[in-house]
Write a protein that binds this ligand. Structure first.
Ligand code: PMP
Length: 437
């Protein structure tokens, strides 16, 4: 099989200097049997080349942002021009207005926007703003949704349908975890029960309106309508974490996605953004209704700041990325390729008797090694991690790069071609065959 000697030795060296050898735990191969992750050297379009010169077709897309493929010429040119003009000013620029207007035009619930540097920051700040606005403390979130690594949202579900949180990480005080209530996704009764019990102190209900973090999971019909109504009837705000979902399925967000109906009834008060809107450079943003956003300093009492926020490099890359996504038929083509890929994968798995459930939403999908539908976190957890690990390694050896986690999505980009899909299906056919042995 493929030699990855340089990745092996770089990993040993990285372990001496970088904690765990990686700068984000999701990059480690811990969940797929351990060992050295692949050290990539170069990326272009839909492809990676590693330190040993092996080529990979990439479906990681850096966990979402790289929707136009790596080193897209329009974005690369924009970043180069931005670098020549200075990458960080610490003053306002016209560019920030341009990107803010583009976001507002695509996501009508955002009257006012603020740029930050990551999805984590965006989410963390929406919570502060919601608390400032409602003068309440608690938030309700949904099991399995990931909202970055800030204290409040890194809290898991306890046992039972609606429970106060238990910290999902060391270093989070239980006093903070008890400000978080976790209920199952797609479960309005669970949400109502939580509101009945703690409602007086619930500042916000936070959700990934289309889930990207335990597989790609659509809200059931009526779920978001019910969620918004229950939250608002309770005097709580609704926060959508659209760090993954915005500009992923169409030029807009879940709140305007044609795959969901009744858009007026599913508008949030605050939205958190990141990933795609930075075109591959670090970014986050949050925004929402005018009178809610006016809580934020310098207008209001909720403080949030950032040395790097709104820097010309990230903003320019974001504008360029959205310009590419405005192209005619861009999302339709990603969907066409994704349908071809998922249909082929399913047929191949079926042929070899490997249980496989695929959740596809336009140009993204998740693969679950199980024979039941996946509509919530429990169902997602109940999939075969060892089967995924085997599939992952077979695919890697055959030149296909996936995220090393059984829940993680596959992301199509505008750079993938029919040839990439055909090569991927060939690798998958061999992988499923090898798994059966
Ligand atoms: N929210 C969601 C829905 C995410 O998927 C992520 C990252 N995977 C985040 C927030 C955190 O974003 P970041 O990694 O940029 O801090």
């Amino acid at each position: 099989s493929t030699s990855r000697n340089r990745s092996e030795s770089l990993y040993q060296e990285a372990l001496q200097h970088i904690v765990g050898g990686v700068n984000s735990p999701s990059r480690s191969f811990k969940a797929v049997g351990g060992g050295a992750p692949v050290f990539m050297k170069r990326a272009s379009g839909a492809h990676f080349w590693d330190e040993d010169g092996n080529r990979y077709i990439d479906y990681l897309a850096a966990y979402g942002p790289i929707i136009t493929g790596h080193a897209h010429p329009h974005i690369t040119a924009a970043i180069t021009a931005a670098a020549q003009n200075g990458t960080l000013y610490g003053t306002p620029t016209e560019l920030e207005i341009t990107l803010a207007k583009m976001l507002k035009a695509a996501i009508p619930s955002m009257d006012k926007v603020r740029f930050v540097n990551s999805g984590t920051e965006a989410v963390m700040t929406t919570i502060r703003v919601a608390r400032a606005y409602t003068k309440r403390n608690k938030i309700i979130k949904f099991a399995g949704c990931y909202h970055g690594h800030s204290d409040l949202v890194l809290v898991a579900a306890g046992s039972g349908p609606s429970t106060l949180g238990i910290p999902d990480s060391a270093g989070i005080p239980t006093s903070i975890a008890t400000e978080v209530i976790t209920v199952p996704f797609n479960d309005l009764e669970g949400l109502q029960a939580a509101l009945d019990r703690w409602g007086d102190d619930v500042a916000a209900v936070m959700v990934e309106p289309i889930v990207g973090n335990f597989g790609m999971v659509m809200p059931k019909e009526g779920f978001l309508e019910g969620l918004c109504k229950m939250a608002h009837d309770n005097g709580s705000l609704v926060i959508y974490d659209e760090v993954i979902s915005a500009f992923r399925f169409h030029y807009g967000s879940a709140q305007t996605y044609a795959g969901l109906t009744n858009h007026e009834a599913i508008q949030p008060d605050l939205t958190a953004l990141g990933k795609i809107i930075g075109g591959g450079l670090p970014i986050g943003a949050y925004g929402g209704r005018k009178h809610v956003m006016e809580q934020v300093a310098p207008l209001g009492p909720a403080y949030q700041a950032g040395t790097m926020a709104g820097n010309p490099a990230s903003i320019t890359a974001g504008i360029a990325c959205l310009e590419v996504l405005q192209g005619e038929g861009v999302y339709e083509e990603m969907e066409r390729l994704t349908i071809k890929l998922t249909e082929g994968l399913q047929a191949s798995a079926d042929r070899h008797g490997v249980p496989l459930t695929i959740n596809r939403i336009r140009g993204s999908f998740s693969t679950h090694f199980c024979d039941h539908p996946v509509t919530n976190y429990d169902e997602a957890q109940d999939t075969d991690g060892e089967a995924f690990a085997a599939f992952f390694r077979h695919m890697l050896d055959r030149g296909v790069n996936l995220a090393p986690s059984k829940y993680e999505a596959w992301f199509m980009t505008t750079a993938h071609t029919d040839a990439d899909i055909e090569d991927t299906l060939e690798a998958a056919e061999e992988s499923f065959k090898a798994m059966k042995k």
